[in-house]
Ligand binder design. Structure first.
Ligand SMILES: C[S@@+](CC[C@H](N)C(=O)[O-])C[C@H]1O[C@@H](n2cnc3c(N)ncnc32)[C@H](O)[C@@H]1O
Length: 226
């Protein structure tokens, strides 16, 4: 089995076994929408959308919703939650959309899963409108948890788990033709626990991290075309 087929198979099994517990709940994705602040009627594409956890809260913005994922099981789950959305099964390295089409493109916790990341980024630039904005959440390899996982050999090879440091992600995006507007630390690790104490928690609010950005669990990049 080639590497791409193996990655797909791993995700098909994961979504058929534990689709609920594998990912963050949809409420955790409000932060990405808050950062992009999309306007009614705009088109948003979630690349590697999984079961649609970002597109679910995006419905309240009255956007045109699009999602693509390599896993058929993920797209089936997304279809149940999002009957109005345009959802497709496919590889993010070859996007089935016209040039200059989307106002917002997101790719959450998935870029490092794609074999040819540069090809996927070029495709996203191609289908993005000139003033489009991008939101990516990518994994940091400088965290203690990543280092422990790596040293114990717990990095998930079948699911193509990957991570890079802040400087490497920054240069990758800039070299590929993105202009970085903002980088913020992933907010979920804190909010995940706070929400049990404070039910009125604002999921969209970005709080300055206590720890330096380069040690954040994951980075959120907000970008546009350079
Ligand atoms: C960690 S999950 C994140 C899913 C979703 N973005 C979320 O945050 O809920 C990674 C996703 O990437 C998808 N994926 C991996 N390689 C892909 C590829 N080449 N093209 C499209 N999707 C891919 C997987 O099927 C999986 O749904």
């Amino acid at each position: 089995m080639d590497q791409q087929a193996q990655i797909k198979e791993w995700f098909e099994k994961t979504y058929s076994k534990n689709s609920k517990s594998y990912l963050r709940p949809p409420v955790a994705y409000e932060v990405f929408l808050g950062l992009l602040n999309p306007k009614k009627g705009q088109k948003i594409l979630d690349v590697a959308c999984g079961p649609g956890h970002l597109l679910i809260p995006a419905q309240s913005y009255e956007l045109q919703l699009f999602g693509i994922d390599i896993s058929q099981n993920a797209i089936d789950l997304a279809g149940k939650a999002l009957p109005e959305a345009d959802l497709r099964t496919g590889n993010a390295e070859v996007l089935p959309y016209p040039d200059n089409y989307f106002d917002h493109i997101t790719c959450i916790g998935s870029l490092e899963r794609i074999i040819d990341m540069k090809k996927a980024l070029q495709e996203q630039l191609r289908v993005a409108a000139p003033e489009a904005r991008f939101c990516y959440m990518v994994r940091n390899n400088r965290t203690l948890s990543w280092r422990i996982k790596k040293s114990l050999g717990f990095i998930n090879k079948k699911g193509h788990q990957g991570a890079k440091g802040l400087e490497t992600w920054t240069s990758l995006f800039q070299e590929q033709g993105f202009q970085i507007e903002r980088i913020v630390p992933d907010q979920w690790p804190g909010k995940r626990f706070q929400r049990w104490i404070n039910p009125w928690i604002n999921y969209k609010k970005i709080k300055p991290g206590i720890i330096p950005l380069r040690y954040a669990y994951e980075f959120i990049f907000i970008m546009k075309k350079a």
